[in-house]
Design a protein around this ligand. Structure first.
Ligand code: DX5
Ligand code: ZN
Length: 223
């Protein structure tokens, strides 16, 4: 599948989301970080704001990253709101299969995220319940942190598991992805790239989205 760049709006101007989205027309999806101040020590936005973004931008691919406790309780609501992809954390779910099936039944892609310290191997027998695996390359909670190289092995092992499953499951990386780290992620097997500060701190955010796409595509072609 083609590489995708999903800018995270976490470090954009959250009081002017419509204007920020207008700055990145080349994005393949919009990554929205939902934080509850419990699963992570930060608080961002929730379902009412996501519903407003949905209503104002019916054309966008909304990639929701839930960093919240009680994921089983809250995740299906984001699918019901019409988001294309809903990601919840394995660490915050007591019933990941049931939740993934609910998300899919509501018409969204179901995705599962792993904190840096969580191994991917426990997902091996659950993998086909998901459309995407998110390997965090920072401790979740904040934008602007440094990319954790020690997660590259996990991305590789995730790619091996996906290959063995025979299904088309996307592998997303989130945290510290920039023009200087994206090639390592491509080499390890990722194909969906979240970039927050790299995009929104650039002088021209859309040019950065295109630049990241080009780097990833060129690296893939070289394999
Ligand atoms: C961090 C969030 C990320 C964050 C990435 O917990 O999940 O999506 O916005 O920001 P950068 O790209 O700046 O690391
Ligand atoms: Zn995120």
């Amino acid at each position: 599948m083609a590489n995708r760049i999903h800018p995270s709006i976490l470090n954009a101007n959250l009081a002017g989301i419509d204007g920020e989205l207008a700055r990145i027309p080349s994005a393949h999806g919009i990554h929205v970080d939902v934080m509850d101040n419990h699963f992570v020590p930060n608080l961002t936005l929730g379902l009412p704001v996501v519903e407003s973004i949905r209503a104002n931008h019916p054309e966008l691919f909304l990639d929701i990253h839930l960093m919240i406790e009680e994921a089983d309780r809250w995740a299906p609501g984001y699918a019901e709101a019409g988001c294309e992809s809903v990601t919840f954390h394995l660490e915050a779910s007591a019933a990941p299969i049931r939740t993934a099936r609910q998300i899919r039944q509501l018409g969204s892609r179901a995705a599962i995220a792993l904190r840096p310290q969580t191994p991917v191997e426990p997902l091996a027998d659950l993998l086909t319940e998901f459309d995407m695996v998110l390997v965090m390359t920072v401790d979740p909670g904040f934008g602007g942190q440094s990319f954790l190289d020690n997660q590259l092995g996990k991305i590789r092992r995730t790619r091996d598991l996906v290959r063995a499953s025979g299904q088309e499951i996307w592998i997303q990386v989130d945290g510290g992805v920039s023009e200087s780290t994206i090639e390592r992620c491509v080499d390890a097997g990722a194909d969906v790239f979240v970039a927050g500060s790299a995009v929104f701190r650039a002088d021209d955010p859309d040019a950065m989205v295109r630049h990241l796409t080009e780097i990833a595509d060129a690296r893939c072609a070289a394999h």
